[in-house]
Design a protein around this ligand. Structure first.
Ligand SMILES: C[S@@+](CC[C@H](N)C(=O)[O-])C[C@H]1O[C@@H](n2cnc3c(N)ncnc32)[C@H](O)[C@@H]1O
Length: 252
């Protein structure tokens, strides 16, 4: 399988570091080469799936039923397709929003690192006033638009690196599964803390990645803990639960 969400401690030092190095590299350099035929490749290699924590949302993903799941990396037409998976942290944030719609209703929501777009789509479903699905990977944004259409929902999209920006036009920031590398986690947490001081609601979904350290967790409030469906556990090498946290105002 070419890029698989990873969960066990044993693989953190290898696969996760690799994944994060790619993410940071892309944040710095941008995506190298655009596929001209992304749409047909996306439709060929993904399948609509509801086998996750938010079956209300149908999402086109690379699932174990897709031939690409077991293909070697060099046979994949996509490079680092994080958008092709629905990460357990993102699943928890979307579940939390669907169960507590009042927190996003009439709010302006930014889903940073949207991947397949589920966080943004959950907010759209629960009547947020404005939703922007943001990812530095343009394919993630394309996948998000596909998934929005599949669910008859709408989200705006953008591919700018907004980490570090003031985000004045948003009331709430969604972060799904972005704490798996220390350097990136430092940068991300510092930014989110500043936004929380400005009274923005921060929702962080995380299955227990090592970047969400004990110290960081002590500065946050646990909002929800979910058991992951068995298919998701199998696909994520050992994670069985995922959590949602919010950053308390006035920590720093
Ligand atoms: C692990 S995936 C999580 C995707 C989705 N939130 C989920 O939980 O399913 C992390 C995503 O963050 C994106 N990303 C990395 N750095 C970013 C940045 N600086 N701004 C926006 N997106 C970023 C990656 O392209 C990738 O799609």
């Amino acid at each position: 399988m070419f890029v698989q969400p990873v969960g066990t401690c044993e693989v953190i030092n290898t696969e996760i570091v690799c994944v994060c190095a790619c993410i940071i590299r892309r944040a710095l350099n941008g995506i190298p080469e655009m596929l001209k035929d992304f749409t047909s490749l996306f439709l060929k290699h993904t399948m609509p799936s509801r086998k996750h924590l938010t079956p209300e949302l149908v999402l086109r993903l690379v699932t174990p039923e897709c031939p690409l799941w077991n293909s070697p990396a060099e046979e994949s037409p996509f490079k680092d397709p994080f958008w092709a998976f629905y990460w357990p942290g993102g699943q928890a944030v979307a579940r939390y929003i669907l169960d507590n719609g009042y927190i996003v209703k009439n709010q302006r929501i930014l889903d940073v690192g949207c991947g397949c777009g589920a966080g943004a789509l959950a907010a759209a479903k629960m009547s947020a006033k404005q939703i922007v699905a943001n990812d530095i990977d343009p394919y993630a944004v394309r996948a998000t638009i596909f998934n929005a259409n599949l669910n008859n929902l709408f989200t705006e999209t953008n591919t700018r690196n907004l980490i570090g920006k003031s985000c004045e036009n948003f009331d709430a920031i969604l972060i799904g599964d972005m704490f798996y590398e220390e350097e990136f986690a430092n940068y991300l947490f510092e930014w989110l803390s500043k936004l929380a001081e400005k009274k923005k609601m921060i929702l962080i979904g995380d299955p227990g990645r090592h970047g969400l350290t004990e110290r960081r967790r002590s500065q946050m409030q646990l909002l929800a803990k979910y058991d992951l469906p068995s298919d998701v556990c199998k696909e994520n090498n050992g994670f069985t639960q995922s959590t949602v946290w919010t950053l308390r105002h006035g920590n720093n």
